[in-house]
Ligand binder design. Structure first.
Ligand code: NAP
Ligand code: MG
Length: 403
């Protein structure tokens, strides 16, 4: 078979630990034999980030902006312990945070479903994609532990010094707590655009919910901006695509989500997304089966697995012990990126390859061959548990038959 050619580079971001090992296996066994990979390579492994004073992360983000599609391996976000382990010059920031900031992007997380692992919520037969607005609110809040009696006020001073707003929050008659939070129209708009765009690209309904009945200015602004952007730029496109935008209150949304069959995107404010993404991913099964894609408001896509570098398995691997690490989410990051690249370039062979790669991966598990993490969740026939490398080889065998 002749290898599939690529016309535009894909931004490839390598990473750390066990996922770096898997990354190479995927390229060697599942991609390079079939596709003439045309990638612009950035090594986001911690040693290289340290060596370049994190410049490599910024360069990678700029490259995604330039080419429109990237695929990223999981990376270590350094903490105190990593400072010593890697002898770092600085405690570099989370690469994901840096890339998200450069792209002004929104993260969409969706589970990969397989036949014999049933979500805890039995009626969820299709994936639920969560989009979290990862900016502002309590995550950028200012807090004060009120120690004594006194008045708390909300004050706004315009740039020219005029005080345009002052309101009592509470006259404290005893100690208490106080918090100020904010968000920006520009960030809410970017979030809304990314959500509407992703709904169109994936042909799924979009749900959004806040507590606008209680928060008549703050949450209501989110509701209003979403509605405005939908009417202005997306209503006609949604109708043409046969999908819906649905707004409701957050408590109503939670009830409806649990009763639904899935198959939609749930856009969440920052805190709701933090909590609900953990709830939804746990209910669907395994972190190793959760995909993640960062979408910028101008349509750049960065694909990755939602899980980390699987450190515990890496240390076993270093000691020469056998590991059974699940490569599914990392494979789907590659297939997602290759499909997107194919669609953008009109490269149908590349997009079709991405579909086949996913099909072969799903088929492997559905036929009962899987890594240890899934075996415990598997219902029905006794699964065949394989090690990290053999799982990828099992996929390869099936992929060859499909191509
Ligand atoms: P993790 O790498 O996601 O792993 C946590 C545990 O989940 C593992 O020990 C393993 O459980 C299970 N697991 C996760 N992915 C798996 C897979 N593919 N196959 C099988 N089991 C899997 O989270 P962490 O240990 O908290 O973090 C490790 C490093 O990753 C940290 O340095 C962190 O900064 C980084 N991180 C990066 C990203 C990212 O780049 N997007 C995201 C999160 C964390 P068992 O040990 O029980 O088998
Ligand atoms: Mg959380």
């Amino acid at each position: 078979m002749e290898k599939i050619k690529m016309t535009t580079p894909l931004v490839e971001m390598d990473g750390d630990e066990m996922t770096r090992i898997i990354w190479q296996m995927i390229k060697d066994d599942l991609l390079s034999p079939f596709v003439e990979l045309y990638c612009e390579y950035y090594d986001l492994g911690l040693p290289e980030r340290d060596k370049t004073a994190d410049q490599v992360t910024y360069d990678a983000a700029i490259a995604i902006k330039k080419y429109g599609v990237g695929v990223k391996c999981a990376t270590i976000t350094p903490n105190q312990q990593r400072m010593g382990e890697y002898n770092l010059h600085e405690m570099w920031k989370s690469p994901n945070g840096t890339i998200r900031a450069v792209l002004d992007g929104t993260v969409f997380r969706a589970p990969i479903l397989v036949d014999n692992i049933k979500p805890v919520v039995r009626n969820w037969t299709k994936p639920i994609t969560i989009a979290r607005h990862a900016y502002g609110d309590i995550y950028k809040g200012t807090e004060y532990r009120v120690p004594e009696k006194g008045r708390a006020e909300l004050v706004f001073t315009a740039e020219d010094g005029r005080e345009t707003f002052r309101e009592t929050i509470y006259d404290f008659e005893c100690p208490g707590v106080l918090q100020g939070q904010y968000n920006k129209d520009s960030s809410i708009r970017s979030f809304a655009n990314a959500c509407f765009q992703y709904a169109l690209d994936t042909k799924q309904d979009l749900w959004f919910a806040t507590k606008d009945t209680i928060s008549k200015k703050y949450d209501h602004t989110f509701k209003d901006l979403f509605a405005e952007i939908f009417e202005e730029s997306y209503r006609a496109k949604f109708e043409a695509a046969g999908i819906e935008y649905f707004y409701t209150l957050i408590d109503d949304a939670v009830a409806r989500v649990v009763r639904s069959e899935g198959g939609f995107i749930w856009a969440c404010k920052n805190y709701d997304g933090d909590v609900m993404s953990d709830m939804v991913s746990t209910a669907f099964g395994s972190l190793a089966m959760m995909t993640s894609v960062l979408v910028s408001p101008d349509g750049c896509y960065e694909y990755e697995a939602a899980h980390g570098t699987v450190t515990r398995h890496y240390y076993k691997h270093l000691k020469g012990e056998e590991t059974s690490t699940n490569a599914m989410a990392t494979i789907f990051a590659w297939s997602g990126a290759l499909r997107r690249r194919g669609e953008l370039d009109g490269n149908t062979a590349l997009a079709a390859f991405a579909d086949k790669l996913e099909q072969a991966s799903l088929q492997t598990i559905n036929e009962g061959t899987m890594t240890k993490d899934l075996a415990g969740l598997w219902e029905g026939s006794t699964p065949k548990v394989v090690n990290t490398g053999d799982f990828i080889k099992e996929i390869r065998t099936r992929l060859e038959k499909l191509l």
